[in-house]
Structures are given as C-alpha cells and as structure tokens.
Design a protein. Structure first.
Length: 382
C-alpha cells in the first residue's frame, strides 16, 4: 500500500510542475504574440488574411496549453474580437511575468547580500544592511507574491481558453445559414434518392424484365419444337440469357449498394469496380478500411458514377482512380481521358454531389470540352 501511495504521490508531484511549465510557456508565447495580434486587429479593415493566420497561431498555442485541438477558427468580427482580447490577455501576461522576474531578481540580490555582506541595488540597500534576518522577514510576503503571480498566470490561461470558447461559438447568423444549408442538402438528398429509385426501376424494366421475357419465349419454343438439334440450340440460348439476366441483376445490386463494401471495405470495393469495368482503370490507394461506413459509401458511389459517366458519355479509354487520406479528409479523384463536357448539374453528378454534401464534403468537377475530366470528392472523416 505504501508503495502504491508513493507512486501516486510522485505522479502528482511531477504533474504539477509540468502543468506549471505548460502555463508559463503558453503565457510567454502569448506575450510574444501581442505585437502580431495588434497588427492583425489594425489591418482587419483592409485585409482579413493576417487575422486568419494569427487566429491559427492562437489555436496552436492553446492546443499546446491544454492538448485540445481547435480546428475551427472564429470568423469575421468574432475573430477580430478574439484577437483583441488575446492581445489584452497577452499584455496582462507580460505584466505578471515582469513582476515575477523582478521578484526573482530582488530575491537573488538579497540572498547574495546576506551571504556576502554586499549591497542590494534593487532598493538601494548599502553593504551590510541586509542579513539573513532580513531575508527571513521578506520570505512570507515574497511567498505570498509568488502565489498571487502564479494565480495570475493560471487566471490568464483560463481566460485564454474561455475567450476562445466564447468567440468560436457560432453566431445566430451562422446558425441560420447552416440550417438553410442543411435544409437544402436534405432536399437534394431526397431528390437524389428518388432519382436513383427511378433509375433502378428503369434498369429493371428495360433490362432485366426484357431479358426475362425473352428467356420465357426461348423456353416456350424449346418445349414446342420436336427437332433435337433445334431444341439444344434453344436451350443453349436460354442458358446464355439466364446468365445475362444474373449479370444484369448483379449490376443493379452493385449500383444500389455493393455487399463487398460492407464486408471488405472501400479499397476492396473499388478494386472490384475496377475488375468489373471494361475500360482499363489504374487504382492507387494507401488506405485500409475507414472507420465511417457512410464515408465509404459516399466515396464508392462517387467513383461508380464517375466511372459510368466516363465510359457511357465521355468515351474514355483510360481511367485513373486515386484514394488518399489528407488530415481529417478522404480525397477521391477520378480522372479520365475522354472528350469532356460533363455537366455538374446533371442527374448523376448532382446526385453524388448531394450525397457528398450530406457528409459535410464537397465535390469538384473539371471537365473542359476535349477533356480530360477530373472528378474530386473531399469528404471529412473523423
């Protein structure tokens, strides 16, 4: 038990100095940033770029202080307000650090004077005027001042975090815009789902249903004929038609939702898409499975629709498909050497754009006449 208590006590003892060092380092960085903060605030009416850059620096400093990532900076007037408050807190931190430095200098001179009998230049004490009794008399108020200074540094660090939380909170206008965007995205997703259902119905009606009708005619003819050779030929054609029906059903199922995507993940599903496509596809990826199945589904349908468009409409002879992870985003890029002219407002591309937008991502389409066509989806993945 005593050993366990000793370990716990040691952890706490080492944790407090580390925390104090983090607060002191963050305060020093805040003090160093004061001139830059003031310049960014003054330059804000002319250009918002310095404020955005300094805002990123402030976020990194606070992340170093408490280890909490802050990927989203405030915007507009709230960013300027944050920088102004940070400049004020940085000035307060400079004052507190200055008082701590002055106290350390005075304490050092007093201890040196008591030990050697020399003077104390900090408050014009002559040689021999400061002894160990004088040092002992100043110990209690000096310790109190050190405690107050440490509380000041901790208070500045706390206000730093509170200021960021207050100014990074979305305003009413941003919330209204986000609600409007979500409503629009929801309408787009519903429209895309309806369009996908109509396409599935059309594929079943025009493809699978017609082949099933043809298969039934072949089987009926095979039952009526008496010539063995003709019957074998009809049966062979019926088997071929049956295989074609199965292929069409499998194709419709893949376009609806491939089972391999759930079982083996996005890279395996993209590899299967490559193997099923007539045109040669060069697949490059450095990912394994993604933690979010919805992100995998969105990326897969982007790839599937882009490949289908490249073959059907762009008459592409080669397709490059690349899947990479950049920070917190998954980036899927599909490039073909077709004739270009893809319409981002078309049913297919607008449908996958809505699917990507529903995940907080963005779809970019570059397709000049004459090609090449580049479809890029950037999808956040936590």
């Amino acid at each position: 038990m005593s050993g366990a208590e000793l370990i716990i006590g040691t952890g706490r003892a080492t944790g407090v100095p580390r925390r104090a060092a983090q607060i002191a380092a963050a305060t020093v960085l805040g003090a160093v940033l004061v001139p830059v903060l003031l310049v960014a605030v003054v330059a804000a009416p002319v250009s918002a770029a310095p404020a955005r850059t300094v805002g990123v620096w402030v976020a990194r400093r606070l992340t170093r202080l408490d280890g909490v990532p802050r990927p989203r900076c405030p915007e507009g007037r709230r960013l300027i307000g944050l920088l102004a408050v940070e400049a004020l807190l940085g000035f307060v931190g400079v004052c507190v650090l200055g008082l701590i430095g002055l106290g350390l200098v005075v304490a050092g001179q007093m201890i040196m004077a008591a030990a050697t009998g020399g003077p104390v230049p900090a408050f014009d004490a002559g040689p021999g005027q400061v002894n160990w009794w004088t040092v002992a008399a100043f110990t209690v108020p000096g310790g109190l001042l050190i405690f107050l200074a440490a509380c000041g540094l901790a208070g500045v660090a706390w206000l730093d975090r509170r200021a960021w939380s207050r100014f990074a909170r979305p305003g009413a206008d941003e919330l209204a815009r986000e609600v409007t965007r979500l409503h629009g995205t929801l309408d787009d997703v519903v429209a895309a789902v309806d369009a996908e259902r109509r396409r599935i119905e059309r594929d079943l009606h025009d493809g699978v249903q017609q082949r099933v009708v043809a298969l039934s005619i072949l089987l009926a003819r095979a039952e009526r004929v008496t010539d063995p050779d003709e019957r074998r030929e009809l049966q062979r054609r019926a088997r071929a038609e049956t295989q074609q029906v199965l292929d069409d059903l499998r194709s419709v199922a893949w376009r609806t939702y491939p089972a391999m995507l759930v079982r083996d993940g996005l890279p395996a599903a993209l590899a299967a898409l490559r193997d099923r496509t007539e045109a040669p596809i060069r697949l490059r990826t450095d990912l394994d499975r993604l933690p979010d199945l919805a992100v995998e589904a969105a990326a897969y349908f982007v790839a599937s629709e882009a490949v289908t468009n490249a073959i059907k409409h762009a008459r592409a002879t080669r397709i490059d498909l690349e899947l990479v992870r950049a920070g917190g985003d998954v980036i899927l890029t599909v490039t073909d050497d077709g004739i270009g002219g893809a319409d981002p407002a078309g049913a297919g591309l607008s449908g996958i754009a809505s699917r990507v937008a529903a995940r907080g991502g963005v779809l970019r389409v570059r397709s000049p006449h004459g090609g090449p066509t580049v479809v890029e989806a950037v999808i956040p993945c936590g």
